[in-house]
Design a protein around this ligand. Sequence first.
Ligand SMILES: [Zn+2]
Length: 244
Amino acid sequence: MITAQRVLKAAGKYASRVGLAIRSFAGAPDDRHCPACGSDIPGFFRYGDARDWGCPACGSSPRERLMHYLLDKGRIAVPNGAAVLHCAPNEGSLVRRFRDAAGDYVPADIDPSRYHVAGIQKVDLMSMSDMVRFDRIYASHVMEHVPNDALVLSNIARALKPGGEAWLIVPLWDRASEDGGSDLSGRERERRFGQWDHVRQYGLDFADRIAAAGLTVEVIAARDLPPEDVGGMAIDDVLFRARR
Ligand SMILES: [Zn+2]
């Protein structure tokens, strides 16, 4: 669905990108760094309310850069030859990175037609029947779309091998999680949860929902990373690292 909100965000993003290109042409120093593509850049372009959002070289988002940073540092890892389920594989840099490391890379979505990713499969997390199959499951900005998140989290837990990890990122606010009923209109969802197809908004208590599925949770927040390390990378968001 194209909404006025989306059009405005896209227009702002374009204007901000053009501004960056002009600054760069005018000799602004490339004193910032993108861990997703390795480029040194003059800054990040705006997206909606987020001032430092996208990398002008590769388009990476703050959460995409968080993942690359953590992988670069070895805080998290894809074991060699691992079986990796990559849900909603929008982020091209992570598709490449996971595919290179994994022995069995499975990009998947409930609607595979939305992706140009080789080998994309149809997987409905609500009825996923895979058991003890994956070493890593990555789902960024997926859980706020699924009708029953308790069911999906237990399916994810079952699909992980012992010692396997799910890496989950969701949009967060600074209040408790709130679920919307299935009868909410798209407009009402956009008003309450920020986007027409989000059925809930999470707070940091998302960790409790993951734990209720029997997984051990580590919360890795961008704001807790050493500033001397991540200073110029415009990294944001929170990774919920869930271990079986
Ligand atoms: Zn980049």
